[in-house]
Design a protein around this ligand. Structure first.
Ligand SMILES: [Zn+2]
Length: 632
């Protein structure tokens, strides 16, 4: 259960676990304005000490489901008076701490359900004036570490070897490395990883495609990154190139399908460089993970982690790759300073990925995806409290993973689309390239973005858009009245046909679905009128094979309808969908629709119980909390 509410008071209370209901009510009534300079999702005393570099030496133990070893944090003192270092941890077992080779006392000073445990390290005597500190921590992770998933062989594509991967965003790096787990601090890192000799380790670092399997692998990440971009995966992983500086890491069983599906990656990278400036990270590879990866992708630098659910066989879902690649500029190069500023990462990246898709796959396809994104924004607004509908909320986020749904993606994208429309691409593209250059390798706040925008666009080209209009996007709920509304002729036609077929005006044979993109098909399904008969639903499924679709987005859209409408003939296929994918986006709304249809709350529980061993801890938490909330 992770839907609960932080209040400022929580920081004055140690090691207590307040009743969630009470905490919820109090927080709802007494939200206080945010001190936006502070990262509320970290315990670390970053105003007193800051980490520049992390050195890891970790053994990957599949039998015990733990990483164990040593983290050395190279830290700098900012405050001459400071006597303690506070680090973020979650469920770590700490065996000992040394500061500059002297043994140090340590304790868990605070515990919080969202934040984890604050590790308070007392500086040994004699180090009071020391500027540079090497903090050495001997530790091991817990099998329940929220960032790590340990897969038995049967949940991998090959079925013979175990697999482990991390997902550190937003605040889960602390569950596998003790550190200052805030995006406001950037670190370089190096690591030595020990694995069973037949397996390969990869990290968000300088992976070498030619590495031989030895069971000991070394990595360096020379560019400073926020901790949420620390990433590791270990499994029966092999490499195949797809371009000069691009390639695929995955299990051998998925290698051919992946190189085929993502063949456009090198071209995407070159397109992005031509628009937004040099790619600053060396290689750009993709790690295609087992199905339980909870997200679509994770923009771990140099090595994006990708769900296999986008292996549709026709490159129809590669906007995901455009998205993760675009993060090499928006997010990884210029990062959000706190999770309250996450729209700077996700909104900007969504805008960038739509631009890349337009260059590579044409305006029609990009427009279709813009319309679908806009629709998700409109639906999402109904679920999100007004305060959290601001791009940069002035109240505390409840949980960095969940507070805003997907609003920061879609509303952020729309904001930048609006600016593009006002200033024209010939002005706006160079503005964005200069913005990435100006803030490269920094973590910035929404207010820094606003000041930069004001100075370099609004004041430079006066009379088009005012600072107060920009502030409306950042700080007000909803969508400003003059916001653009994306349009797609194909999608308009698809929606129209959904209605006219349902009304009996058009026979099913005249729906040109085989000529449509999967995006248009999804839009058609989403626009089916609520009063369809069972016979009509069966006609659709037998004509178009929605229940058997290899396209995960079509499956998602269809099985939501199946669950909402209790279309029992497709329940078996729906169960298969829920077992085939572990990506939260593809399954969570199906469970929710099932639990909400008035008859199937128990069935939703039952199907979830049957499938949960295949899901990532973050996905499990999300579905559990969603189903539980419906019962309250
Ligand atoms: Zn993203």
């Amino acid at each position: 259960m992770r839907v609960f509410f932080l209040s400022l008071a929580i920081f004055a209370v140690t090691a207590c676990s307040p009743d969630e209901e009470v905490a919820h009510e109090e927080a709802t009534q007494q939200k206080e304005p945010v001190d936006i300079s502070h990262d509320y999702f970290s315990f670390a005393n970053t105003d007193q000490f800051v980490t520049d570099h992390v050195n890891l030496d970790l053994t990957v133990d599949f039998a015990l489901k733990e990483l164990r070893g040593v983290a050395i944090l190279k830290m700098r003192r900012l405050d001459p008076e400071a006597t303690h270092i506070i680090l973020d941890t979650r469920d770590l077992h700490i065996d000992g701490v040394l500061v500059n080779d002297s043994e140090s006392e340590f304790e868990y000073a605070q515990t919080d359900k969202v934040l984890g445990q604050a590790l308070k390290i007392t500086l040994p005597a004699g180090l009071e004036q020391q500027q540079d500190l090497d903090v050495t921590i001997h530790y091991r992770t817990d099998p329940s570490a929220s960032a790590l998933q340990w897969l038995p062989p049967e949940l991998t594509a090959g079925g013979k070897h175990p697999y482990m991967f991390s997902q550190s965003q937003s605040i889960h790096a602390r569950s596998w490395v003790p550190l200052q787990d805030t995006p406001s601090v950037r670190i370089t890192y190096e690591a030595t990883i020990h694995t069973p000799p037949e397996l390969l380790a990869v990290m968000s670092a300088d992976n070498d495609p030619l590495t031989t399997r030895t069971g000991e692998y070394s990595f360096t990440m020379p560019q400073p990154i926020p901790s949420y971009l620390l990433a590791i995966a270990v499994g029966n992983i092999y490499f195949a190139p797809i371009g000069e500086q691009t390639g695929i890491y995955t299990e051998p069983e998925l290698l051919d399908a992946s190189t085929f599906e993502f063949a456009s990656t090198q071209q995407m990278l070159e397109t992005a460089e031509s628009m937004y400036g040099p790619y600053q990270w060396g290689r750009y590879d993709l790690l295609v993970l087992p199905p339980s990866f909870p997200f679509g992708g994770m923009e771990n630098p140099r090595l994006s982690f990708i769900t296999p659910s986008v292996l549709a066989g026709d490159s129809s879902l590669v906007s995901l790759i455009a998205h993760e690649l675009a993060h090499s500029w928006s997010g990884n190069l210029v990062s959000n300073k706190t999770w309250r500023d996450i729209w700077l990462n996700e909104g900007t990246t969504s805008y960038l990925d739509s631009r890349l898709m337009e260059v590579l796959f044409g305006k029609d396809r990009a427009d279709e995806e813009r319309v679908l994104s806009y629709r998700e924004l409109q639906l999402g607004l109904k679920e999100i409290s007004p305060a959290m509908q601001a791009l940069a909320p002035m109240e505390l986020l409840d949980d960095p993973d969940e507070s805003q749904g997907s609003l920061h993606y879609h509303k952020g994208q729309l904001f930048l689309q609006h600016l593009e429309n006002l200033y024209g691409r010939e002005t706006f593209d160079p503005f964005l390239a200069a913005y990435f250059k100006h803030f490269e390798f920094q973590s910035i706040s929404s207010e820094q973005f606003l000041d930069y925008l004001d100075l370099n666009l609004l004041q430079k080209y006066p009379g088009k858009f005012s600072r107060s209009q920009a502030e409306e996007w950042l700080y007000q709920p909803g969508i400003p009245a003059d916001a653009p509304v994306p349009q797609s002729e194909t999608l308009v036609q698809a929606a129209r046909l959904a209605t006219s077929w349902a009304a009996g005006e058009v026979p099913v044979e005249e729906i040109p679905l085989s000529n449509w993109s999967p995006q248009a098909t999804v839009h058609f399904i989403n626009n089916l009128p609520i009063e369809l008969s069972e016979v009509q639903l069966s006609e659709l499924d037998s004509s178009f094979g929605f229940s058997q679709s290899r396209n995960a987005e079509i499956g998602r859209a269809w099985f939501i309808q199946v669950a909402v409408r209790r279309h029992l003939p497709a329940y078996k296929a729906m169960e298969e969908h829920l077992n085939r994918y572990g990506r939260t986006r593809l399954i969570y709304p199906v469970y929710l629709a099932l639990a909400k249809n008035g008859e199937d709350a128990d069935l939703a529980d039952e199907l979830f119980t049957g499938a949960r061993s295949k899901y990532h801890p973050l996905t499990i938490i999300r579905i559990e909390s969603g189903l539980k909330a419906l019962k309250e």
